[in-house]
Design a binder for this molecule. Structure first.
Ligand SMILES: Cc1cc2nc3c(=O)[nH]c(=O)nc-3n(C[C@H](O)[C@H](O)[C@H](O)COP(=O)(O)OP(=O)(O)OC[C@H]3O[C@@H](n4cnc5c(N)ncnc54)[C@H](O)[C@@H]3O)c2cc1C
Length: 288
């Protein structure tokens, strides 16, 4: 089914294969539209919209949140078309994956979160939910034209390049349980009017009974900074007890491994320092 809006034709497929076939048919003349909130900001900035818009709104099976058990694995499955607001307020997410709820709370305003989807946030590659999802070892599921595949979000972000996919969902595996876990999500500055944050930093750090770090995930992103994990810093921390020397090394390692952008507002050095300071201060609170 289709209708014409302005100069573009809007297609409303009802299943994944139909959506995919349309995308293959129109290719660069088309794009998928979920909530349309990010695309709207791009079009308002003058980016031309393609003549064929493939709305995912009516595609079956892409919306909803399900807590599942498969064998010994327990996980939460979030359909790509699930609204940010629904994710943020979902009781299981609030209880078990609260970092995602915290992250979404800092994305745009409520009216936008009622339209924008988790899939749209992840698919565009720079969404503010991504650093939080990376620290929770999230996976993504996607349709590649033949079958639905699942892989770690971290891997997918690093290898997707220009590979075309239709994102079908986000999967959150149940956390492993350290004796003591601290988590944080900080989106620094310039939030209003979607000017992009200076930097977004997220972390999950677990310690065992004797104070040794037995789980650590750190991720950065924000604005035009491609979200990614800080793996060298994670490596430095795992199996260690926090002490002043380790903290100094962590600070230096972050400065070396994070390469943010510079723009007219903030230099890359400034973004690096802010990031190192946030992580340093979160780790200091764990000391002792
Ligand atoms: C005023 C305002 C403030 C905002 N503030 C923030 C903010 O603070 N942080 C932030 O992260 N974002 C922000 N946004 C952007 C946007 O609202 C969110 O990123 C939202 O999650 C995007 O989801 P969407 O469903 O609207 O995506 P859409 O705009 O529909 O799509 C985004 C991109 O993803 C692709 N896409 C969407 N779904 C799929 C899918 N299932 N499979 C494959 N490709 C897909 C589209 O083709 C498009 O390229 C803001 C937007 C506005 C208008």
């Amino acid at each position: 089914m289709s209708m014409r809006i302005l100069a573009a034709k809007v297609w409303t497929p009802t299943d994944i294969k139909e959506a995919w076939t349309l995308r293959e048919k129109f290719h660069l003349q088309s794009c998928f539209v979920a909530g349309g909130t990010l695309l709207q900001t791009q079009w308002e900035k003058g980016v031309p919209y393609p003549p064929q818009l493939i709305s995912l709104e009516k595609v079956e099976g892409l919306e909803g949140i399900n807590y599942k058990t498969e064998g010994t694995k327990r996980f939460l499955q979030i359909g790509a078309m699930t609204k940010l607001a629904t994710c943020r307020n979902h009781p299981v997410i609030k209880e078990k994956w609260s970092l995602l709820s915290t992250a979404i709370q800092q994305i745009a305003a409520p009216a936008i979160r009622n339209l924008g989807t988790i899939g749209g946030n992840v698919a565009y590659g720079f969404g503010d939910a991504i650093p939080a999802l990376l620290t929770m070892d999230a996976e993504v599921s996607y349709f590649d034209g033949k079958t639905i595949k699942t892989e770690k979000l971290d891997h997918w972000l690093n290898t997707r390049q220009n590979k075309e996919v239709l994102l079908t969902g986000v999967i959150l595996p149940e956390y492993r349980h350290s004796s003591f876990v601290t988590q944080f999500y900080k989106k620094v500055g310039r939030r209003e009017a979607f000017s992009g944050s200076v930097v977004t930093v997220s972390g999950v750090i677990g310690k065992n009974d004797v104070g040794v770090i037995d789980f650590v995930r750190l991720a950065v992103g924000g604005g035009d900074n491609r979200p990614h994990r800080l793996k060298a810093t994670e490596q430095l921390l795992i199996d260690q007890m926090i002490n002043p020397k380790l903290l100094r090394n962590v600070y230096e390692t972050i400065l070396n491994e994070f390469h943010p952008i510079s723009d007219v507002f903030y230099s890359d050095d400034y973004r690096r320092w802010v990031t190192a300071n946030i992580i340093f201060s979160e780790l200091s609170r764990l000391e002792g």
